[in-house]
Design a protein around this ligand. Structure first.
Ligand code: MN
Length: 350
């Protein structure tokens, strides 16, 4: 039995909105990951079974290793198909905003989505949801937006109608947002959901292979280069930093998704409790932060790097040079010292 976490009035409001329209647009965040694509395609597939006319639009390109997903090739990429996307967003009757909390997470699409006449329904698991939507379904304790889509479909009374394709997309979101069930996945209900997805026909081992054994040779070599040449350790803190400049990324023919997961890797070293990955992106440096235990990287990101996120996974950005970004990082690192020490000592004692 799976418990009823999402409030009944939100379920009813969502159902009413869906029933009253024919044309629906689903939008998700910049640099879409497995949960952005998975939850969006799962919802699109479900709405298609209700014979709705659905378009999924993402701000920037998604990784190649998600192209096999049911419905992926119909996704509009705003950066490449702006006119067509603007037209869709302006004229649609209902907009679902999935896997992001505030409009700046959808980049250049933010203005047209904000101005659209359509009602908006936010479904998301990041903290501090913005107030741009008419219906806000925000549960930060969920593993993924895909899990929320599963719960929504079930609670609206359509579990029987859920297709294998829809279940596959939900599984991708669940799997990728929990690092293949290695973090943020201790809730037993997650496995009740996985069990239901398998009953729907999902071959979870095959889905895992399609996502994680489907990378380019360039990505693999970039990873090797980064780990051997670009890993800076701060053993006194149990911290690690890796930086990749545009020139280095170009050398390995960087494609969207190629550094997905890199930031987590130093956490596999005994005693490392905080890792950061800096990537040069045009005029700015984009940062990803990961931690273990009680090291609050969301506070670190929001305090010094105009970002935010979850306690153990956050991001930020600064419009500075790589050298300056590293300088700020090293200057502010001691602010996390007390948290890092507790977790570092705990790991070293195992
Ligand atoms: Mn997510």
């Amino acid at each position: 039995m799976i418990s009823k976490i999402i409030k009944e009035d939100l379920i009813q409001a969502t159902k009413d909105e869906i029933e009253s329209v024919n044309d629906i647009v689903i939008v998700s965040h910049i640099s879409p990951d497995g949960d952005a694509i998975g939850s969006s395609l799962a919802l699109a597939n479900f709405l298609n079974t209700l014979e709705k006319n659905v378009t999924v639009i993402v701000p920037t390109a998604y990784p190649d290793y998600f192209r096999w997903m049911p419905g992926a090739t119909d996704i509009l990429v705003y950066a490449d198909q702006k006119e067509q996307s603007d037209e869709k967003i302006k004229n649609t009757e209902l907009i679902f905003a999935l896997d992001f909390n505030v409009l700046k997470r959808i980049g250049d699409m933010a203005f047209v989505v904000a101005d659209a006449a359509a009602k908006k329904i936010l479904v998301d698991h990041h903290i501090e949801p913005g107030n741009f939507a008419n219906v806000v379904i925000s549960y930060p304790e969920m593993t993924s937006t895909a899990e929320m889509v599963f719960r929504l479909i079930c609670r609206m009374g359509y579990f029987t109608e859920m297709t294998k394709e829809c279940a596959e997309c939900i599984f991708v979101g669940l799997m990728t947002d929990t690092g293949s069930f290695s973090f943020n996945s201790n809730q037993s209900e997650v496995y009740s959901i996985v069990s239901e997805l398998i009953k729907k026909g999902v071959d979870k081992d095959e889905v895992h292979r399609r996502v994680y054994d489907n990378y380019s040779e360039n990505r693999f070599r970039l990873l090797g280069y980064m780990l051997s040449n670009k890993l800076k350790m701060y053993p006194e803190y149990g911290a690690a930093l890796m930086c990749l400049t545009k020139e280095e990324l170009d050398r390995f023919n960087y494609q969207p998704g190629d550094i997905e997961g890199f930031v987590n890797m130093p956490l596999s070293i005994k005693g490392v409790v905080f890792t950061a990955l800096f990537k040069e992106d045009g005029e700015k440096i984009r940062m990803s932060f990961r931690s273990q235990g009680n090291v609050p990287v969301n506070e670190f990101a929001s305090e010094y790097f105009t970002g935010g996120g979850h306690k153990n996974a956050a991001g930020g950005q600064l419009f500075v040079s790589m050298e300056e970004a590293v300088r700020v990082f090293e200057e502010k690192l001691p602010t996390l010292e007390q948290y890092m020490k507790v977790e570092h000592d705990r790991q070293m004692s195992i």
